[in-house]
Structures are given as C-alpha cells and as structure tokens.
Write a protein that binds this ligand. Structure first.
Ligand code: FE
Length: 336
C-alpha cells in the first residue's frame, strides 16, 4: 500500500486543486476494497472529502432500487460492461457532463450518453502451454473451434459474464449461425466440462489436462504474485488472439453516478480524479490492468505480455448482444 500511496501523492500532488470543505462521497463497489482504497485515501488527502466504500458481492441493482431516493450511494464501481449497463438500464444512474472526463476516457470506453465511464481495460486472451503449444498455432478466436484443438481446451462456464461478452463480440462480427457453430466447435474441443474460474484453467494447463484456455490478462499478474500459483503462471504464455477482421476482445472496469446521489458535486470530483491519467495508471497497476487515458501506460510486467489492438466494437453493442449470446450458449449446451 505504501508504494501506491507514495506514488499517488507524488504523481498527483501537482495536478489537484486546493482542498475544499470537508464532506463525503459514498461508494458501492463490486470491486475489492484493497483495489480502491489507496486512490480513495489519496483523494481524501487532496480534497478533504471522506470516501466511504461499501463492498458488495451481488445485488447492487436490487439494493439501489430498494433504497430508491433515500440511497446513500453516490457512485457505483464494477467490472464488466454487462454489470455497468445493468445499473444504467435499470434507470439508477444519471449522466455526467465533464469535459475533463470526456478527454480522459476515449469514446469507445464510455457511454455515449455519459451514464458510465471506463477506468481500466483487460483483454480476454488465450493462455497456452509453454511446452505444448506453438504460439503461431493460435492467432484468432475463430481458431478455437478448429478440430486441431480436439481434447486440448479448458474453459470456465460459457454463461459467466466474461464468456458471454466474448460470445457477444463473436456474434457482432459473424452473426447467429456462425456463432452457434463456433460455440459447438469449441465445445467439441474441450478437454473437460466447463468448470472453475480463469485461474483454474491455467492450473489445468500446468497439470497437463489441457493445452490452451481462455482467461483475462490480469490473472497472469495475480498468479505470479501468489506462491502456490506462480508455477501455474510459468507453465503458460499469454497469446493475444484477434477476431478475423477485428481486434482483441477487451472489457472494462468503470464507474457511474447514481440518480439519487446525495453528494453529487463531490462524487463528480471523485470521478474526475479517478479518470485522470495518473490515477488511472495507479488503479490499473493495482490489478494488473491497462489504463485508458491517452498517453498512459500499464506497468512493465503487464507490458511484457505483449502489444495488442483492441477490437473496435463499441462496448454498448456488446452489452446489447448479451441476451442473444447467452441464448446461443444455451442452445449449444456449451456447459453440458
Ligand atoms: Fe475477474
């Protein structure tokens, strides 16, 4: 923590205006408190505004609905466009018109109506056995359905939001029939029924159960930082597939202002602080993600995994295609 703290204070000290009246901002977060706290502390240090973070496991939409106008929440933090758009679609947010945020957050990574803003991205990529897979053998997501991978792929459930978003991206590029074929092709290549989380698939590569898996980039960093999981990480390379005629699938973590925000001015101040390039870099570093403001860079470890071109599809399109993607996943009986 002290590393982040020092970094924040030295990086941001010059860019933040003078302190204002002591006040507060209330945050509901699906993100782990330890990812948020260093930046919240820096914000408090600079502005005198106290930030109270309530960590939620689930039920954010239901809770905000139940609390209605009396909700103490000003901001919601979450990962995945599906969760951000769920809060927006439930009518629980309000737009934020901020020139600063519009210039810090590229258009692909914010709501065209300004109801949500991305803070970091992560790519959904292939983990491939260092020993058993030639990196040139898998360059596209479409390749995953090639019979050459028969019995060699591991994955988590096809109904998990990370997988549904990837399938929605395939649907965007190729349409229904091709997407159903793709899902069935991957299913036919699986070494075992979908199970476990992204890291469990890399463990299976390490154990020799399969040769490639799908996972988010930051799990490589998390495994390397874990004594037991270090070996799993060392057994796999990160490969950045693209869609044919497209780029690498990315998703975001982001923030939205609630409709009933009791501390709106301070909440917007916190949003502007968090979308600033320096804060994005620190926030991204905490979870081995990519900052998105122009000119920002991830940490060296993340950079060492390689460069990629993010798929240009707008994330709102991905969110809109989710129900169809989920239905196709069920038609393919992907998890069965
Ligand atoms: Fe995750």
């Amino acid at each position: 923590m002290s590393f982040f703290r020092t970094a924040i204070l030295t990086t941001l000290a010059t860019s933040i205006a003078a302190p204002v009246l002591a006040d507060e901002v209330n945050v509901y977060s699906y993100r782990q408190p330890e990812l948020l706290q260093p930046l919240m502390d820096a914000f408090t240090e600079e502005t005198g505004v106290q930030v109270n973070v309530a960590f939620l496991n689930k039920g954010m939409v239901e809770r905000l609905k139940a609390e209605g106008k009396r909700s103490p929440a000003d901001l919601v933090f979450t990962v995945d466009i599906s969760r951000l758009s769920a809060v927006v679609n439930a009518g629980l947010t309000q737009p934020v018109d901020s020139e600063e945020m519009n210039s810090n957050v590229p258009a692909d990574f914010r709501d065209p109506d300004n109801h949500w803003f991305g803070l970091t991205t992560r790519a959904r990529i292939v983990y491939a056995s260092v020993d058993r897979v030639n990196p040139d053998d898998i360059t596209t997501y479409e390749d995953l359905a090639d019979p050459k991978w028969k019995g060699r792929i591991c994955t988590r459930s096809g109904t998990h939001p990370y997988m549904v978003a990837l399938t929605a991206a395939h649907l965007h590029h190729h349409g229904e029939d091709a997407t159903l074929d793709w899902l069935q092709g991957i299913k036919a290549n699986l070494a075992r029924k979908p199970q476990g989380n992204d890291r469990a698939q890399v463990k299976a590569i390490w154990a020799g159960e399969c040769d490639i898996s799908l996972g988010n980039t930051y799990y490589m960093g998390k495994m390397l930082a874990n004594d037991e999981q270090k070996e799993w990480a060392a057994s796999a390379n990160i490969l950045f597939p693209t869609f044919e005629n497209g780029g690498t699938h990315v998703n975001i973590s982001g923030v939205a202002l609630t409709k009933s925000a009791p501390n709106k001015d301070n909440a917007i101040k916190l949003m502007e602080f968090l979308t600033s390039p320096a804060a994005q870099e620190i926030y991204a570093a905490a979870n081995f993600e990519y900052p998105i403001a122009p000119g920002t860079e991830p940490i060296d470890l993340v950079k060492s995994w390689g460069d990629f071109e993010a798929d240009a599809v707008n994330l709102m399109d991905i969110a809109a295609l989710r129900p169809d993607a989920l239905r196709l996943t069920e038609v393919a009986d992907f998890d069965g």
